[in-house]
Design a protein around this ligand. Sequence first.
Ligand code: MLT
Length: 247
Amino acid sequence: METIVKEHERKVEICYSPALFPVYYTNKDCVVVVIDIFRATSAICTAFQHGVKRIIPVSSVDEAKEYQAQGYIAAAERHGEIVEGFDIGNSPFSYMNPAFKGKEVVLTTTNGTKAIERAKAADHIIVGSFLNIDAVCRYLERKNKNVILLCAGWRDRYNMEDSLFAGAVVHRLKKNPIFKGLADSSLAADHLYELAKGNLNDFLKNTSHRNRLARLNLEEDISYCLQENTMDLVPVYKGNALVIENE
Ligand code: MLT
């Protein structure tokens, strides 16, 4: 159902799967927040916090290999694991490396980079994670446009962690009177976040990707990605890469 909003009010909707993006993306003049909490968008934010200059998201391993052959640091993950022949996978901890400072990285992941690809016709695309949540909300308030919170999910299916983050954003934005147009998709996620806030890890204990990562002995990644507000930055998609804009 189309959410009816007055001229000066802004609409906030949550697209729970990249496969549904065309349904939600009906007007270019919006900000799309790409979300992949475990772990692509958490890793991207961490990379910029540790001095990486640009990140080029690509959808396929072959594209990433082409950049790697040109000397780029190449990060490739599939099903939670590092793809053979690549420097790193998708752990945020991989970017805590002084050697990456000032460098450019090419990145391909199972879902996160595909979500960016699906959204790239939009004029404003940013990357959101719990780590930079307040910076994301401040950005959305400054832009004063309709918002689509795009959950990467898992292979076009719903996941809980991305929805929880989207709910946490709605929980913050709804306090601002310009964001009156909360769609049902936003109201649902806000209620979900109300149930989980303060205990996200426990709330997610039976979810599929969290347990896939736990089976790969990546519990540290899980805890790290669920920290709130550890960095004040917003990666923005410009041209074919993610960068930090000097505002
Ligand atoms: C994804 O892109 O689906 C995830 O980030 C995969 C992962 O890092 O485990």
